[in-house]
Design a protein around this ligand. Structure first.
Ligand code: GLN
Length: 313
């Protein structure tokens, strides 16, 4: 199937926004101090079609940190550099069933991180980004994610410094990976690059374009640039389908039926292969760390736009 006509998408996006505009369920993340200061009422919905047309409603230009959504795109860059078998072997593609920052998941499997969408696997994935120094790796990540967005993404220095001060758990996970011989880089430098990647500033508009690049087989539909191969785009979407919403990924797939990735600042990107992508932003989260209004608006859009992967009509 294809998407409805542009005027209809426009109306559906506006409806998704107005339907949940006053919804106040959930709570803003506070384990990273700067996130607790976010305006909880900000709410944005954006849809990018596979031809690059963007439809949006609400605060689609409001900036926020990408956080865990970066994991999806850094995974794609690592896949592109090392290939499907290496990522499957070294990072894994199975859901842990545990929260994103779990140390138990690492311990249960001889330090194997299990999947790239939890912090352990994301750290192991960032460690695989090519570069002679951590600064080179960071530059690769920043420019790579910028190509997905079609514009130069910048670090939110305040968010980066705030998280670096409260990063004990990620430092512990990086040390654990080191102790099991699962990473070949310095754990302190690795946490620094990972925290930078999480602190890139994006908008819902950016997320919809980044997602549409995966929907379009790795070609950014706005700039026309091939960012990753079709195989990498497919691999990334397959991983998101089972792990993108953390331990809630099964419920998400059952209810919404599109691969998606969330971040604790309140962003969600959802991808409909061959059709387009949805970017949403709303800072109030559920207990797993997924934006409440973002999930609801995405579920509504998936139904109204006919995006569910498992629907035969
Ligand atoms: N930077 C955050 C962390 O590592 C990202 C977590 C998230 O978005 N779920 O804890």
């Amino acid at each position: 199937g294809t998407l409805p006509a542009p005027e209809r998408i426009e109306r559906i996006v506006a409806a998704a926004h107005s339907r949940y505009r006053t919804d106040q369920d959930g709570a803003v993340a506070d384990y990273i101090p700067v996130l607790a200061a976010a305006d909880p009422d900000l709410f944005a919905v954006a849809v990018t079609e596979i031809d690059g047309d963007v439809h949006e409603a609400g605060d689609a230009g409001a900036g926020f940190t990408i956080q865990s959504i970066s994991k999806a795109f850094v995974f794609a860059l690592a896949c592109e550099a090392h290939g499907h078998p290496a990522l499957r072997e070294r990072v894994g593609v199975d859901n842990t069933g545990l929260p994103f920052n779990s140390v138990i998941a690492v311990e249960l499997n001889d330090g194997h991180p299990r999947n790239p969408m939890v912090n352990a696997g994301a750290l192991a994935t960032t460690a695989l980004i090519p570069g002679a120094t951590p600064a080179e790796q960071w530059e690769r990540v920043r420019t790579g994610l910028s190509r997905f967005a079609g514009r130069g993404l910048e670090l939110d220095g305040g968010a980066y410094h705030s998280e670096m001060l409260t990063n004990q758990r990620n430092s512990a996970i990086a040390r654990l990976l080191e102790s099991y011989g699962r990473i070949d880089v310095d754990p302190g430098a690795l946490v620094d690059v990972y925290t930078r990647q999480c602190s890139l500033r994006v908008t819902a508009h950016d997320l919809a374009i980044m997602g549409a690049t995966l929907a379009d087989g790795g070609v950014n539909p706005v700039t026309g640039e091939r960012v990753v191969s079709a195989q990498t785009a497919r691999d990334t979407l397959a991983v998101l389908a089972s792990t993108g919403m953390y331990e809630r990924s099964g419920t998400w797939m059952f209810e919404v039926g599109v691969p998606a990735k969330s971040g604790v600042a309140g962003g969600i990107v959802a991808i409909a292969p061959g059709k387009g992508a949805i970017g949403t932003f709303s800072p109030r989260l559920d207990p797993a760390g997924n934006s409440v209004r973002g999930q609801r608006a995405t579920a509504y859009l998936s139904r109204a736009l006919g995006l569910n992967l498992f629907a035969s009509d």
